[in-house]
Design a protein around this ligand. Structure first.
Ligand code: CP
Ligand code: NVA
Length: 315
């Protein structure tokens, strides 16, 4: 199905947002349409307190600017409130189990939990025991909320998703994984372009390929040909040790003016941010006319509000 012919229904079947694997393309379209509607309301200054008096707990075991601020501001704009729980301030950071943390939060009238952490299995464990919806705010393996904002941004720009070619250059990390899954589900052609040794986990590639058109290649020219959306992310994700070997391996995959010139004429540049100018992307590209990274960053707010609304309003 094409996003252009999808009619919003006001609900999704998933209880949690752990990865996009369990989401149908219709559910992804539902989130994007809801996000566009919420963006219009916010821009027009129209009240949209759909989650009045609901509480979102946010657990952070890694740093964050966009996820932290957009979720906190998002729940506030929806009429609810946020509890920010940094790992260092809560007992989870001193070895209390995810199970016990979930069981305790269940007793305090929490309506939703967002968690940013290392292991995907911890997020799954939390979802297993939490009574309320759990939202993955990034793990070592996935970053679904970012990809929802990315797809929304591409949809707003092109007015469609199906048939567009998106190529990701660089480290085969959590972003590459979630882009493969999300992009494939909405009918995009997704190419991950990384050198040997830094390509995404073949198991995840295999899984993503079941949902649509996914390819992994080390060939930059093949990846950039006729490309509509060019994406990159940092060489070193949070929790990864820096190494000169990895910099050397990834440098030929840098998104620069020479690479952009080989893409489709009106191609756009995306980056989840934070960016390292001079590493994965040059300043002239990220600060140039084809870059829509700050629209993309803004859309984190709207896409997340859509997720919060669709998951938490039922409770
Ligand atoms: N893109 C993203 O998730 O940014 P933060 O790490 O600042 O939340
Ligand atoms: N791959 C990056 C994404 C940051 C939003 C990381 O995990 O650090």
């Amino acid at each position: 199905m094409d996003i252009r012919s999808y009619k919003p229904k006001g609900f999704i079947n998933n209880k949690h947002m752990l990865t996009l694997k369990t989401y149908s393309s219709q559910e992804i379209f539902e989130i994007i349409h809801t996000a566009v509607m919420l963006k219009q309301k916010q821009r027009a200054g129209k009240k949209h307190a759909y989650l009045k008096d609901k509480t979102l707990a946010m657990i952070f075991s890694k740093s964050s600017t966009r996820t932290r601020v957009s979720f906190e501001q998002g729940i506030k704009q929806l009429g609810g409130s946020a509890l920010v729980l940094q790992q260092g301030d809560i007992q989870l950071g001193r070895g209390e189990t995810v199970h016990d943390t979930a069981m305790v939060l269940n007793r305090y009238g929490i309506d939703g939990i967002m968690i940013r952490t290392y292991k995907q299995s911890d997020v799954e464990e939390l979802a297993k025991y939490a009574d309320c919806p759990v939202i993955n705010g990034l793990t070592d393996d996935y970053h679904p909320c970012q990809v929802l904002a990315d797809l929304m941004t591409v949809y707003e720009h092109y007015g469609k998703l199906e048939g567009l070619k998106m190529a990701y250059f660089g480290d085969g990390n959590n972003m590459a994984n979630s882009l493969m899954i999300g992009g494939a589900k909405v009918g995009m052609q997704v190419v991950i372009c990384s050198p040997e040794g830094y390509q995404p986990d073949p198991e995840i590639v295999k899984e993503a390929a079941q949902f649509g058109d996914v390819k992994v290649t080390a060939d930059v020219d093949e990846a950039i040909r006729d490309c509509d959306v060019i994406y990159t992310d940092v060489f070193f994700s949070m929790g990864q040790e820096k190494s000169p070997e990895k910099v050397n391996a990834l440098m030929p995959y840098q998104v620069n003016a020479e690479l952009m010139a080989k893409a489709a004429k009106n191609a756009v540049f995306l980056h989840c941010l934070p960016a390292h100018r001079g590493e994965e992307v040059t300043a002239d590209v990220i600060d140039g006319a084809q870059s829509i990274v700050f629209e993309e960053a803004e859309n984190r707010l709207h896409a997340q509000k859509a997720v919060l609304y669709l998951l938490m309003k039922k409770r």
